[in-house]
Write a protein that binds this ligand. Structure first.
Ligand code: PLP
Length: 229
C-alpha cells in the first residue's frame, strides 16, 4: 500500500479507537495502538513511522529481525506477538521490547534466562486460550493460578498482563464474551506486586468490543496496512 494510504488508514484507526474509548467511558488515550506489521515491507513501516506510529508487532522471527535491523535508526518499540518456538527464544529475548505470546512457563523461563543483562527486563504478557480451542497456543485459564506468580517472580521479565486471540466472530455481541473472560481473569489474579495492567486484546475486526471490555492495547494490522498479501 502506498505511503499516503497508510497515513490515512492510521488516522482512521486512531479516530475509531478514540470513538471506542469515548463510547465505553474510558479515558482518552487509555488504549495503546500496536501496528501489526507482519508481511509488510520496511517502506510500509516507514510510512507508519512518518505518520507518528512507534510500536510495531511482528509474528515471524526471521522476517522481524531483518526489519528491526533495517529500521535501527528509528526509535521504535518491537513487540513479538507470534507463536514462540523453543529454539528461537534467545533472539526474541535479545531483540524485542515486548512479547505478548508467552504460552508456557518453559518459554517464560527461557526468555528470562536469555534476556541480556544490559537491557531492561523484557515486558511480557501471558497468552490465554480463553475459549479452549485445541488449535490455539496459550495457557488454559486454570493454569494461570500457578503461572502468574511464577512469571512475576522472574527478575529479567516484567509481567505486564494478559493477551488473547479469540476465534473471529462477526457481531460485537459475539465478540465480547472472550474479552470479558480475559478481564475477569485479570481482576481475579492481579495483586499489589503483580498488577497485570495490560490487557492485550482487539484486532482490526473487533477493536470496539475489546475496548468496551477493558482492552489497554489493541493489535491492528489490516485496518492500517490493508489486506495481507
Ligand atoms: C495478525 C495479528 C493481528 C492483526 O490482525 P488484523 O486483523 O490484521 O488487525 C493481531 N494479533 C495477532 C496475534 C496477529 O497474529
Amino acid at each position: 500500500m502506498n505511503t499516503h494510504d497508510i497515513a490515512t488508514h492510521l488516522n482512521a484507526v486512531r479516530t475509531r479507537l478514540a470513538a471506542a474509548e469515548r463510547r465505553a467511558g474510558r479515558a482518552p488515550g487509555s488504549v495503546r495502538l500496536l501496528a501489526v506489521s507482519k508481511t509488510r515491507t520496511v517502506d510500509e513501516i516507514r510510512a507508519a513511522v512518518a505518520a507518528g506510529q512507534r510500536a510495531f508487532g511482528e509474528n515471524y522471527l526471521q522476517e522481524a529481525l531483518e526489519k528491526i535491523d533495517a529500521l535501527k535508526d528509528e526509535p521504535l518499540e518491537w513487540h513479538f506477538i507470534g507463536r514462540i518456538q523453543s529454539n528461537k527464544t534467545r533472539q526474541i529475548a535479545e531483540r524485542f521490547d515486548w512479547v505478548h505470546s508467552v504460552g508456557s512457563l518453559k518459554h517464560a523461563r527461557r526468555l528470562n534466562d536469555q534476556r541480556p543483562g544490559p537491557l531492561p527486563p523484557l515486558k511480557v504478557c501471558l497468552q490465554v486460550n480463553v475459549s479452549g480451542e485445541a488449535s490455539k497456543g496459550g495457557f488454559a485459564p486454570q493454569a494461570l493460578d500457578e503461572a502468574v506468580p511464577a512469571c512475576c517472580a522472574l527478575d529479567r521479565l516484567q509481567l505486564m498482563g494478559l493477551m488473547t486471540l479469540p476465534a473471529p466472530a462477526l457481531t460485537e455481541a459475539e465478540q465480547r464474551p472472550p474479552f470479558r473472560r480475559l478481564r475477569e481473569l485479570r481482576d481475579r489474579l492481579a495483586t499489589d506486586t503483580c498488577r497485570l495492567q495490560t490487557l492485550s486484546m482487539g484486532m482490526s475486526g473487533d477493536l470496539e468490543a475489546a475496548v468496551a471490555e477493558g482492552s489497554t492495547l489493541v493489535r491492528i494490522g489490516t485496518a492500517i496496512f490493508g489486506p495481507r498479501p
